[in-house]
Design a protein around this ligand. Structure first.
Ligand code: DU
Length: 226
């Protein structure tokens, strides 16, 4: 009920006019392969297991991924890389995420992003990250069992650091530096893990391969006591 309420609040959010205009615009022009589809084009709530111990945090919805389907990492190359790994480790019920009603379920995990609207050039403004922080705060408050946060990519990591600073959970961002495999224990007891982002730009070039990504989630499971 609480998570359902938060979901509604996120979906109907209009706090960032620039992002709302941009997302609606994407849904009007579309990508050729998806011309027959109605894009979600609204802010994207997190999804997963309400008892999640692992929070997986991206930066923002993909323009033709989550902004199209309405569920994080669903229907784009990043999700096609990530979900098979989550499935292999028992964190997802299926290896593929296609639509928001494909029946996929997460176990022990919740997937969300620092910003809930697709931003132009994948670059949200600092004010937009601050605006969106309340949505993340609400979801985290409603997920009391989370012990580990996995940040997908440097921009998500920096965004989460900005969020932690804003909420007073940390006092200095400079104590936390992004690198693939970086691991921190936050003052509030949460473990923080960083990985390269599973975007095609990283996975097609071999900067991030499946084994590297799998190892991050093996560690997340371990830190979560799973
Ligand atoms: O049917 P429901 O329990 O209200 O789930 C709603 C939503 O959450 C659906 O997208 C499945 C997902 N979910 C999940 O991924 N893992 C769970 O353990 C429970 C629900």
């Amino acid at each position: 009920p609480l998570l359902q309420q938060i979901r509604e609040t996120i979906i109907t959010c209009e706090r960032c006019p620039r992002l709302r205009d941009y997302c609606r615009g994407i849904g009007e022009t579309k990508r050729r392969a998806y011309l027959d589809q109605t894009y979600w084009s609204r802010p994207v709530p997190g999804f997963g297991d309400p008892r999640a111990r692992i929070l997986i945090l991206g930066l923002a919805p993909g323009a033709h991924g989550a902004n199209r389907t309405g569920r994080p990492f669903t229907g784009d190359g990043s999700g096609d890389f990530m979900y098979p790994v989550l499935h292999e480790l028992g964190l997802a019920s299926k290896p593929r995420a296609v639509t928001r009603d494909d029946g996929l379920k997460l176990r022990h995990a919740w997937i969300a992003s620092v910003v809930r609207c697709a931003p132009p050039g994948d670059k949200p403004l600092p004010q937009e990250i601050r605006n969106c922080g309340t949505h993340l705060a609400h979801e985290i408050q409603a997920l009391p069992r989370v012990r580990v946060v996995v940040c997908l990519g440097k921009i998500a990591f920096d965004g989460y650091m900005a969020f932690l600073l804003q909420t007073g959970a940390i006092t200095r961002k400079s104590d936390y530096r992004f690198s693939h495999g970086a691991e921190y224990l936050l003052p509030n007891g949460l473990h923080l893990l960083a990985t390269y982002h599973p975007s095609l730009r990283n996975t097609n070039t071999g900067r991030l391969n499946r084994l590297m990504f799998t190892r991050i989630f093996l560690r997340a499971r371990e830190l979560a006591g799973l």
